[in-house]
Design a protein around this ligand. Structure first.
Ligand code: ADP
Ligand code: K
Length: 446
């Protein structure tokens, strides 16, 4: 279903025209209201009166997370505080939180893009949404909540955590839709199995997962475990929150639509900042076209992905691939670029390896080294009559040695690195308890 078919199918030329007009307005607006941007535009030689629009966007400097911090709390706001209807903060995965503001109209935009996203994910008015994103300063909970109400859904504002209660409500209320982080969806799927809850005791059909990188490996696990069709939702507080882009349930695996009438995307080279060709990987840079309280020009998301038009798709808006990682999570191991999502990709090809894994980073002298801890599937443990796994057990067990060997070889083939793999028993690695799960354990500064 398309929530807003007219705009979601707007022909590209018209979309471009609209973006151009909105961008010019946005530049004018920021020039007159935000000293930070006026100075930046002056330095770049951009005068709002003669600014040519999209064709000159690349001349404008990037806005970075540090700009939010330097202007903390409200220095980037374009409206006085009494016009700000709501504040949110980023979850602070990478340091001090940043604060963002929304006017009532911005909240409407946020709800609109989330409503479109939910509809693309398979939701319809009248369906029930179990919203297990965290409520509070984090944009996920309230963002999905307002969007679902706009679409006309029944919202259960469960928030994250308290897995026992989540499972109870999933059985009692029988919602068709759940949204949460992919790692928490894994937890819920595992816990259902663990507690012997039959799959048909819950009525889920769709899962909308985001807030952290995930791959097809986790999609398979969640789709099987929860009996759902799972789609990706992407966003970040600096731009608006979740709902910047969303995958269509019938086009799973082919990328997520970026709602281009509100957010203008670019992909640039992570080292030079220069634009790359369509489809190439780089840093996603986003410009808000319609926000009023806290509009942002060329935000350096630090997220690595690619963007491309999909001519056979239902909508005209551009798509982005999955985020392969944050630029600052990229490790350089013996000269090879490495993201933890690459390990996740490999897991899919290894029989008996489960998508519960962790990448351990250490430093030897000036060089970074990584090892991978990965749990084996529960049924293998049972077959082998083991409760847990450690080094000693692996060394004594032929099947486990073989599995470790396979894994190491596959990593070598796919990533080009010799990486030490340590098998773990089921349940030995940390699980998401509701929020984002870090798959990287960084021991470099210890
Ligand atoms: P923080 O940067 O503190 O985590 P946010 O809560 O605003 O702040 O989270 C936004 C970030 O979360 C994005 O920049 C991105 O790194 C990550 N993210 C959000 N959605 C996805 C997704 N679907 N896939 C991968 N990463 C995502
Ligand atoms: K597997």
């Amino acid at each position: 279903m398309l929530f807003n078919p007219e705009i979601e199918r707007l022909p590209i030329e018209k979309l471009r025209k609209l973006q151009n007009a909105l961008l010019k307005e946005q530049i004018q607006y920021l020039y007159s209201r935000v000293p930070f941007y006026r100075q930046k535009f002056d330095e770049a030689g951009i005068a709002p009166g003669t600014f040519k629009g999209l064709e000159e966007l690349h001349k404008l400097p990037f806005t970075r997370k540090s700009d939010f911090r330097d202007n903390y709390p409200f220095g980037l706001f374009a409206v006085p505080q009494n016009e700000v209807a709501r504040l949110h903060c980023s979850s602070g995965t990478t340091g001090k939180p940043t604060v963002v503001g929304y006017t009532a109209a911005d909240i409407n935009i946020f709800s609109e893009v989330v409503a479109r996203s939910l509809a693309a994910a398979g939701c319809k008015p009248g369906m029930m949404l179990h919203n297990a994103y965290g409520y509070g300063l984090f944009t996920g909970g309230l963002g999905l909540h307002y969007g679902a109400e706009k679409l006309g859904m029944t919202v259960v504002p469960v928030s994250g955590g308290m897995t026992e209660r989540q499972l109870r409500l999933l059985q009692d209320f029988r919602p068709e839709v759940i949204c949460c982080t992919p790692s928490y969806a894994q937890t819920l799927a595992e816990e259902m199995k663990e507690r012997g809850i039959p799959k048909d005791a819950v009525n889920l059909k769709y899962a909308i997962l985001g807030a952290e990188p995930w791959t097809e490996t986790i999609r398979e696990q969640v789709e099987k475990g929860l009996q759902v069709q799972a789609t990706n939702i992407y966003g970040l507080s600096e731009i608006i929150g979740p709902g910047v882009s969303q995958e269509d349930v019938e086009e799973r695996g082919s990328g997520s639509y970026i709602w281009e009438d509100h957010f203008y995307p670019e992909i640039v080279d992570r080292n030079t900042g220069e634009p790359v060709a369509e489809g190439e990987y780089g840093v996603l840079v986003l410009t808000t076209l319609t926000k009023k309280a806290n509009p942002i020009i060329r935000y350096w998301t630090n997220d690595i992905t690619n963007i491309y038009y999909d001519k056979s798709a239902k909508r005209t808006h551009i798509k982005m691939g999955p985020i392969i990682g944050r630029s600052d999570d990229m490790l350089i191991i013996r000269g090879v670029n490495f993201f933890h999502t690459q390990v996740e990709d490999v897991i899919r090809d290894i029989e008996h390896a489960s998508p519960n894994y962790q990448v351990i980073v250490t430093r030897k002298g000036t060089l970074d080294e990584v090892e991978v801890n990965v749990e084996v599937e529960e049924n293998l443990l049972r077959e082998l009559g083991l409760e847990m796994i450690n080094r000693e057990i692996v060394l004594q067990n032929e099947s486990l040695q073989q599995l470790e060997g396979n894994f190491t070889r596959k990593i070598k083939e796919n990533i080009g690195l010799n990486i030490k793999v340590n098998l773990m028993g089921y349940g030995q690695l940390p699980r998401s308890e509701g929020g984002k799960l870090s798959r990287i354990m960084d021991l470099r500064n210890i």
